[in-house]
Each structure stands twice: as structure tokens, then as C-alpha cells.
Design a protein around this ligand. Sequence first.
Ligand SMILES: Cc1ncc(COP(=O)(O)O)c(C=O)c1O
Length: 391
Amino acid sequence: MRNKIRLLTPGPTPLPEEVRLALARDMIHHRKSEFMGIMAGVREGLKHLFQTEQEVLTLSASGTGAMTAAVNNLFAPGERVLVVEAGKFGERWSDIASAHGLEVVALPLAWGTAVQPKHISASLAQWPDIRGVLVQASETSTGVLHPINELGKLLATRDILLVVDGISAVGVSPCPMDAWSIDCLVTGSQKGLMLPPGLAFIGLSPRAWVRVERTASKDFYFNLLSERKKQSGNQTLFTSSVNLIMGLEVSLNRFREQGLKEVFRKQWAMTRMVRAGIEEMGLTPFARDHFTWGLTSILLPPGIDGQKVLSLASETYGVLMAGGQDRLKGRIVRLGHMGHVDFADLFAGLYALRQSCIKLGGVSGSRDYLEQAAAAYEIALERFDEEVTHV
Ligand SMILES: Cc1ncc(COP(=O)(O)O)c(C=O)c1O
């Protein structure tokens, strides 16, 4: 093996050493005081991460588990919800809601574009009995960032819940639950949180809890009322994912020590770096305007097969990126830059991407793309406070 493996996928993401060491600790019991002490710290750390005063519950599941818990606990079968379908994960909201017997009004958008408040307003006018809007903060399949802040303003004064899948946004870009009037925010462990897959998190606003109480879900495993009661005593309802939670404690401490703003500054700078790099090498970002901060989706020139780019980059350079999903399969490459990734990893990512494209038929951009990318990184770090005003 000539090169280090660099995991530049939009989840799972690389793990910091201190997290790996925490994961390797000896087993402790989930009903004893040592675990309860860890859980108490985790509960506070999750509030900090979600930027909320509310309890954030930890579930043993992948992110889809928290999405399912949200739908099943917030809405009763037969109620109507609006789903922003701007990619594969938007469609997942619809699938989960349909499986629960909800009436789904889908708002399909061209992949690569973001929803606008006027789209939501138009649907609400057409369907006055909509009880919730389900949307991604970051649509990982396309690399788009939806304007959650604006949707929060739109829905805060109506009896309509804003339910946000923040699986590739929390800990990556600003998504302050309380300040943005988000009623339900979910995420998973394997992306911005720098942990292995296996934990999911869900935070609910006071009015969302009222809905949960009214809905009184009969679900046994994802029962948020029972889970909230148990977690308020620093235990989980069923056997806890003990080691993942020990890793989580360390990861949450990192967010506190570094400060969310500094985490976001770095994420923003890496996003600008990758966009500058690919544009300099003659490639086009798939999400033009509303782009997410944890990955960059890159449109490949006609004739260059994304699957082959991924294989070459991994076999030759040890760089693991992700491809397009569904209709974007083979057409885009998704270069992940969330979690424990830094600018030096991205030099490798950009280089591997360009060299692989050249081998497969060529790109014709500037040869100093790495320098340009580095310059964009430095500038973005410096100008973060001017350019990003909503942190
Ligand atoms: C935005 C988004 N939603 C949902 C999911 C599904 O999460 P999981 O695979 O952890 O269930 C993902 C995972 O990639 C995602 O990025």
C-alpha cells in the first residue's frame, strides 16, 4: 500500500485519535453510575451542539431511525405532511411518512436546487390541513443546502411543524435549533460528529413535544415519551450503545473546546477550497448556489464515468470519495469534507480527482488549481465573519 487511506466520503467520516481511544475503552454497565455520569455530560453536550435549551435524545440507530422516530411520534396516521423532495433523502422522508400512513404532499424539485419559501407557501395555500413540513438541512445526495432559517420564520407563527433532517448538517454548518425555530432536528453519529455509525439524535421544540404527547405513539422501540423520561435520569430506555456513547462524550467535548463557530469557519473554508479547486481544474459544481458545507458534488464532463473516477482515485491514490445516487449515478462525484478532515486531506482529494479524470479522458483547467484552492481556503478563513452572517 503506497498511500494512506483518506476517507473523503460524506459519511462515515474519519475518526480523531482521541475518539478511537474512547471507543476502545473497557465495557461498563449502562445502568451504573459511571455510565450515568457520562450520559449527563453527553446530554449537555448535545444541547450545545444543537444550540437548543431542549433535551436532545440519543437513540441506538442509524440516522434513518431518528427520522422514523420523528415521523411516528409527531404525526398520527391520516395526517397530512409536506415533504421537500429535492434528492434521495427528501424521498426518504416521503417513504417513511407513507409507511406510517400519513398523507404525503410531495414538493419535487430539480436535483441540485434548493427549496424556496414561496414554494412552501404555495403548497400550504393549496393544502390548508398540512401539519408539518419535512425537509433536509443538507441534501447529501445533491450537495444542496436548504434555507432552513427562512422556513423557520415562515412556519413559526402557524401550527405547522418544521421537521429537519440535519444528518449531514449538524456539526458541519450552522443549524441552531432554537434560533431558527426548528421543531424537530435529527442527526446521526457518522458525519459531523466524527463517530462510527450507530447513534442517532433527535431534538424537539416545546410545541413539538405537545404534538408528541397528543399523538401518543404506540411504537415500542422509538417511543420518544418513554425515551425522554428515561434519559432525564441519564439512562437510555434499552441497552445503551455504551462504547459509542463514550466516543460521543469525547467528540462533544471537542466541539465545546474548539467552539462551534471555529468548527463552522473551518468547514466553510474547506468548502470554498474544494469549489475553487474543482472550478480551476475545469469542473463544475453540481449545486451552483445553495451548496452544502460538508461535501461538494461535482458534475463530470460527458464521457467520464464517475464509477471509474472513484475506482482510480481509490486504487491509485487511496482517496475514497462517493458517487452519485439514483439518477446521478456515474454523473457526479461527491467529495466529502466533513468531520475530522482538514485542508491537507483535500489537497490529496483534489489531486486524485484531477489525475483520475485526466486518465479517463481529460479535464482542461489551470495547472495551479492546488494553489488557487489553498488561496481560497485562506481567504475564506479570514473573511468568514463578513461572508457568513448567520452563525
Ligand atoms: C441527509 C441524510 N439523511 C438521511 C441519511 C440516512 O442516514 P443513515 O444512513 O444513517 O440512516 C443520510 C445518510 O447519508 C443523509 O445524508
